[in-house]
Design a protein around this ligand. Structure first.
Ligand SMILES: [Zn+2]
Ligand SMILES: [Zn+2]
Length: 379
């Protein structure tokens, strides 16, 4: 066997480079700014994660570190109660995932919510229990939830005072439906929320149920593997929680009282009052001086990580905006054409923006009215 001198030289160089003290690599937290709204802290949460204690490929502390790195405030490790493919190697109960992660979470200021996923098939026709998975949060003893039927497991979770939500309603079906097992659990008041978003999936058919059934809206990653950094892969699905305090009690109250919003892929879903308050806290418009027959530029400052898209806004006929987007964490310049018949004086006009990525109800986007001060001067 011969090794060329060239090849040897290159690998030797690589070895030397690896050994050079180029500075210690440190983990960094990249802020994910989402403003608080009046009366509430806005917490960024991922309440559906798996570890090696069920079918995940992640040690519990890794989820904590990744959440910290990506600017989150709250996570829940929700291992399957009944499905534990690694149990020959990871033999302790799923409750260990929480205790293993807890000190790392405390050290990094991440609120760790105890949790578990209930995955009991409802019938022989549904071997994966595809349509009826639930996360139970704030449980004290996750392994004790195990029982022969889905309803029994949900009842046990309720006895532990859990907040329960229906996971990925469209999992392994073409379209989510208000399935018989779901209807039964709902009638028995065994769950209070639903994932509108799970990983890359949005279930638009679920959105009407949020109001009709008075459910809490959730958006979670359901990650079973390590999470790529947000700076490379974009923001993961996040549940925004509007909490009086950044602790378990504050989070529980917010979930029970339906003070949440779903955020995924630059889209937001939630109640009008919360999303309007977020917009108001995030975005400032600045006045500009304008000449008629030209373009006016309005500077818009967005201090949040949320983008805002809009169709051409409603404004007086002499002020013509186009569809555009307000970039996250940046100043954006919005262009409007000022026609020659614009009034030449200082005036305030109400401009109405329909935010096409901010959904307050099925087929209804948030509409905001911005009073713009305009000072048109003749040349
Ligand atoms: Zn799983
Ligand atoms: Zn899951």
């Amino acid at each position: 066997m011969t090794i060329s001198f060239r090849a040897l030289g290159a690998s030797a160089l690589l070895l030397v480079a690896a050994a050079l003290p180029v500075g210690t690599q440190v983990e960094t937290r990249v802020p994910l700014p989402v403003p608080d709204i009046p009366g509430y802290r806005t917490l960024k949460a991922d309440l559906h994660l798996h570890t090696v204690f069920s079918d995940g490929n992640v040690w519990p502390t890794v989820h904590v570190m990744e959440a910290w790195r990506d600017g989150l405030d709250v996570i829940a490790l929700t291992d399957h109660v009944e499905y534990r493919p690694h149990v020959a190697d990871v033999t302790t109960s799923i409750d260990r995932a929480y205790s293993v992660a807890k000190s790392a979470a405390d050290e990094l200021g991440i609120v760790l919510v105890p949790g578990a996923e209930i995955t009991r098939p409802v019938s022989a026709d549904d071997p994966f229990g595809a349509t009826a998975h639930f996360n139970a949060l704030f449980v004290r003893n996750a392994s004790a939830l195990d029982a022969p039927t889905l309803l029994e497991e949900l009842r046990k979770a309720r006895e532990q005072d859990a907040f329960i939500f229906w996971n990925h309603p469209g999992f392994r079906v073409e379209k989510a439906e208000w399935f018989p097992a779901i209807a039964e659990a709902y009638e028995q008041q065994l769950f209070q929320g639903v994932e509108l978003v799970n990983g890359p999936n949005v279930y638009p058919e679920v959105f009407p149920w949020i109001e009709q059934k008075r459910l809490t809206i959730l958006s979670n990653s359901d990650a079973h593997d390590p999470m790529p950094p947000r700076v490379a892969a974009g923001v993961r699905p996040i549940t925004l929680i509007f909490a009086r305090s950044a602790d378990l009690q504050g989070i529980r109250d917010a979930l029970v009282q339906r003070r949440t919003a779903a955020w995924m892929g630059g889209e937001l879903w939630g109640a009008e009052e919360h999303l309007r308050a977020l917009w108001s806290a995030a975005v400032r418009f600045e006045t500009s001086r304008i000449k008629p027959g030209t373009f006016a530029l309005f500077r818009v400052r967005n201090v949040s990580a949320l983008p805002f898209h809009f169709v051409p806004p409603k404004a007086p006929a002499w002020l013509r905006f186009e569809a555009a987007a307000i970039a996250p964490e940046a100043d954006s310049l919005l262009r409007a054409r000022i026609t020659a018949d614009a009034p030449t004086r200082q005036t305030t006009v109400d401009v109405q923006f329909e935010l096409t990525n901010v959904h307050i109800a099925p087929q209804r986007n948030l509409v905001v009215t911005i009073p713009l001060r305009i000072d048109v001067t003749r040349p």
